[in-house]
Write a protein of this length. Structure first.
Length: 318
C-alpha cells in the first residue's frame, strides 16, 4: 500500500510516543527507546487512530491515546524475547542480549503500566476495562504457546487459540477502542473488533509463513527461527495433514533434533507439501472477511486506509 498518505498520522503517533514515558531512571528510558525506536510499523496505534476517525473522532485525542497500543505491543516483545532467548529483534541485537534478562522484563512491566496509566487519563472506564482484559489474554496466550512448544501434534484449532491470544486480541482491542473513544454504537464497536480479530489472525499467519519463505535480511531473524524454538505453526500443520506415516515419522525425528540441517529439511518438506500456500490462502480468506466488515461504514479516508492495511498484511515480506 501507499504508506506516503499515512506519513502525517505516523509522524504524529511517533511524536506522541515519547511524551508519556515518565521514566524515573535513565536506564528505563534507554531500554524503552531502544525498542520503541527500532523501526516497527506502529500498526496497532495506527489502527486505533484510523478506527476512531472512521467513527467520527478527529480532535487529537485519538493521537494522544495512540501510544497505549505501541507500549503494550513492545512490552510483549520484550517479554517474548527473554522467554525465547532471542538474539535478534528487527535486525538488531535483542534487548536481553544487551542488558540481560531482568532489565527487559522490568522495562516491559513499566511499559505495560504506562499504557494503562495513559488509558486511565482518558477518564473512560470502558477503555481501561477492555485493555485490562486484553493484557490478561496476551499473558494467557503466551503461556498457552509455551505449554505447547516442542509438540508436533498441535491441532489447527489450538493454533488459532494461541495466535488469537498472543497477537489478534491486541489488534482487535486497538480497532474496537477506536469505536469506544468515539462513543459509537455497539454494532460499530463489535464490527471493528471483528475486523481487528480477523486482521490480527491473518497478520500472525503471514508472520508464520514468512518464517518459511522469507529471508534473514527481510525478517531480521534466521529462516526457520520458529521451528528452532520448537513452535509448530499453520504451514507445518497443513503440510503434516498432506503427509503419509513414513514422512511424519521422519519429520518427528527432525523436529526432536532441530539441528541446522533438520530445520532446512522441515522447511523444504513444508514447501513441497504446499503448507505455506495453504496458510497464505487462509490468511487471504480472513482478510476478505475483515474487509467485508468495513462495508457497513460510510466512505471516509480512514475506511480506505483500513482496507489498504488489510491488503498490506497479506502482501508484506517482513
Amino acid at each position: 500500500m501507499a504508506f506516503e498518505e499515512l506519513i502525517p498520522i505516523l509522524e504524529a503517533i511517533e511524536a506522541e510516543i515519547g511524551l508519556h514515558l515518565k521514566a524515573r531512571t535513565s536506564l528505563t528510558k534507554e531500554v524503552s527507546e531502544y525498542i520503541l525506536k527500532s523501526g516497527g510499523k506502529k500498526l496497532r496505534p495506527l489502527l486505533f487512530v484510523l478506527s476512531a476517525r472512521l467513527c467520527g473522532v478527529d480532535d487529537g485525542e485519538e493521537i494522544r491515546l495512540s501510544p497505549i497500543f505501541e507500549y503494550l505491543h513492545v512490552a510483549t516483545l520484550l517479554h517474548d524475547d527473554v522467554i525465547d532467548g532471542a538474539h535478534l529483534r528487527r535486525g538488531k541485537p535483542a534487548a536481553n542480549v544487551i542488558w540481560g534478562n531482568t532489565i527487559p522484563i522490568l522495562v516491559g512491566d513499566f511499559l505495560l503500566a504506562s499504557a494503562l496509566e495513559l488509558a486511565a487519563s482518558s477518564g473512560n472506564l470502558k477503555m481501561v476495562q477492555i485493555l485490562s482484559e486484553t493484557t490478561s489474554c496476551l499473558a494467557q496466550g503466551e503461556i498457552h504457546e509455551i505449554t505447547r512448544n516442542n509438540t508436533l501434534d498441535l491441532s489447527e484449532e489450538e493454533y488459532y487459540e494461541i495466535i488469537t491470544g498472543k497477537t489478534a486480541v491486541l489488534i482487535a482491542a486497538a480497532t474496537r477502542l477506536g469505536a469506544v473513544l468515539a462513543n459509537a454504537d455497539e454494532e460499530k464497536e463489535m464490527a471493528l473488533k471483528e475486523y481487528g480479530l480477523r486482521l490480527g489472525t491473518a497478520f500472525q499467519i503471514v508472520d508464520d509463513v514468512l518464517d518459511y519463505i522469507g529471508s534473514e535480511k527481510e525478517l531480521g531473524k534466521p529462516v526457520g527461527h520458529d521451528l528452532l524454538e520448537g513452535k509448530v505453526t499453520l504451514p507445518l500443520i497443513y503440510a503434516l495433514k498432506e503427509s503419509i506415516d513414513k514422512e511424519r515419522k521422519q519429520i518427528k525425528k527432525y523436529f526432536s533434533r532441530r539441528q541446522k540441517e533438520d530445520i532446512a529439511a522441515i522447511v523444504s518438506f513444508v514447501k513441497e507439501k504446499k503448507g505455506t500456500e495453504q496458510a497464505l490462502a487462509k490468511a487471504k480468506d480472513l482478510i476478505h472477511q475483515a474487509k467485508e466488515v468495513l462495508l457497513a461504514f460510510p466512505d471516509r479516508p480512514a475506511k480506505k486506509f483500513l482496507l489498504d492495511i488489510a491488503d498490506f498484511v497479506v502482501e508484506r515480506r517482513h
